[in-house]
Design a protein around this ligand. Structure first.
Ligand SMILES: Cc1cc2nc3c(=O)[nH]c(=O)nc-3n(C[C@H](O)[C@H](O)[C@H](O)COP(=O)(O)OP(=O)(O)OC[C@H]3O[C@@H](n4cnc5c(N)ncnc54)[C@H](O)[C@@H]3O)c2cc1C
Length: 379
């Protein structure tokens, strides 16, 4: 029945590039002809319903073919299709026409979010929605401030940076593998990374924000304590033996012992009493988790923070909106690209396709001189 599919049929009605990660049945047959099986997850739609979602049967094939497919699945011979599968094709705005605030470069005050920017997915849409929404609000309130998350601060930052600098050739999905600083973008420290913005833009109360600050201050103090407190072998060895960890022959700091992957902080605290003035049990658990992660991965985290420092050096150099690229001794192609893409920072300029690494220090010098008023527009 492939000939009856609007994607692959004689009458090709759909020409758009499909979502790589949610192939339809016909996609699977065409792209993976050697496969002999196909997974279908029959998911209940709710507790009190007889409807099921046959995840994996996404298709553009006509209804009668869909019925045959479903009825060929053992157990579903008599199933009724309540809502048929369908394929959609949609237009999108080239995301390189957007600033990292998600405001369009062409129409001032127009902010885009979601699959209109060439993405697909719930989280992708929601992640852009909050950024575009906050920026649209700031714009409407006449404020100069804008909300931009860096690649080192949030996956949302990675996604928007990818979209506006690289554009899309197929529906974009956000993967952890797209983030170069993913050791820092952990679920456990999301509050550390983002609470300051939440508070600044009125999404968190002062009390909620203070709680986050207190949490990380305590983590810091606690880690310092772990570096100081030494523990004797006879105290800690039973814990180490239980964790299949080499027993101590002489005293060591709790910090050193905690670095061992197999040793858990909670277990050690059973034999080493620490005074932590935290009544909120949940907060205490969060603190202990954070301490454990920071101590165990300290070396890797430090290395990544060094990389972030280098990244921030360029990211913090703002390019004035009226900066004249024509005065910079770089190639004409590079000038064209920079004029077209209007990067907000030197870091963003460095990530554009076609901008050579050697041009970045030159740009840095000219931007600096421009800001000091030492240079003039060429024309
Ligand atoms: C069948 C199917 C299954 C999917 N499964 C998944 C999945 O499992 N996981 C996943 O992450 N993603 C999935 N997706 C993708 C995901 O649903 C979309 O990418 C995401 O919902 C897009 O959100 P959005 O807010 O950008 O757009 P939409 O959710 O499409 O929102 C746009 C809204 O604008 C409204 N609108 C349009 N024109 C106008 C107008 N002129 N005036 C006012 N309102 C207007 C529309 O009615 C709509 O409500 C699936 C998509 C489909 C079609």
């Amino acid at each position: 029945n492939l000939h009856r599919s609007p994607m692959y049929g004689e009458c090709k009605l759909i020409s758009g590039v499909g979502v790589r990660y949610c192939p339809s049945i016909e996609d699977k047959i065409v792209k993976f002809p050697e496969k002999e099986r196909h997974h279908v997850f029959v998911e209940p739609e709710g507790r009190n319903t007889i409807e099921f979602y046959p995840n994996g049967t996404s298709t553009s094939l006509p209804f009668d073919v869909q019925e045959k497919i479903i009825h060929s699945i053992p157990g579903l011979e008599n199933a009724k299709i309540i809502r048929p599968a369908y394929a959609i094709e949609y237009d999108f705005v080239d995301p390189t026409h957007l600033y990292p605030t998600l405001e369009t470069k062409i129409i001032q005050g127009l902010f885009n979010a979601g699959q209109i920017n060439g993405t697909t997915g719930y989280e992708e849409a929601a992640g852009q929605g909050i950024v575009a929404g906050i920026n649209a609000a700031l714009y409407s309130l006449g404020k100069d401030e804008r909300f931009i998350l860096g690649r080192d601060e949030a996956y949302i930052g990675v996604m928007i940076d990818d979209l506006v600098n690289r554009g899309v050739r197929e529906p974009y999905r956000l993967f952890t593998s797209r983030a170069e600083y993913r050791l820092l973008l952990r679920y456990d420290n999301a509050d550390y990374r983002l609470a300051k913005y939440g508070y600044r833009f009125g999404l968190l109360t002062r009390e909620q924000y203070e709680r986050v600050k207190r949490k990380y201050e305590t983590v810091k103090v606690f880690i310092e304590k772990l570096r100081e407190v030494k523990v004797k072998p006879e105290i800690i060895n039973p814990v180490l033996e239980k964790a299949n960890s080499t027993p101590l022959r002489e005293s060591k700091t709790v910090y050193e012992i905690l670095k061992r992957p197999e040793v858990k902080l909670q277990e050690m605290l059973r034999v080493i009493p620490f005074e932590l003035d935290i009544e909120d049990r949940k907060l205490l658990e969060e603190i202990l988790e954070e301490v454990e992660i920071e101590v165990k991965y300290e070396g890797y985290i430090k290395r990544q923070l060094e990389e972030v420092k280098r990244f921030r050096k360029l990211e913090n150099v703002k390019i004035p909106p009226d900066f004249d690229y024509d005065i910079v001794p770089i190639s004409t192609e590079e000038k064209q690209k920079l004029k077209e893409m209007k990067p907000l920072t030197l870091g963003q300029a460095a990530r554009l396709e076609g901008i050579r690494p050697a041009s970045i220090p030159i740009l840095a010098i000219y931007i600096e001189k421009w800001k000091k008023g030492e240079l003039k527009r060429e024309s």
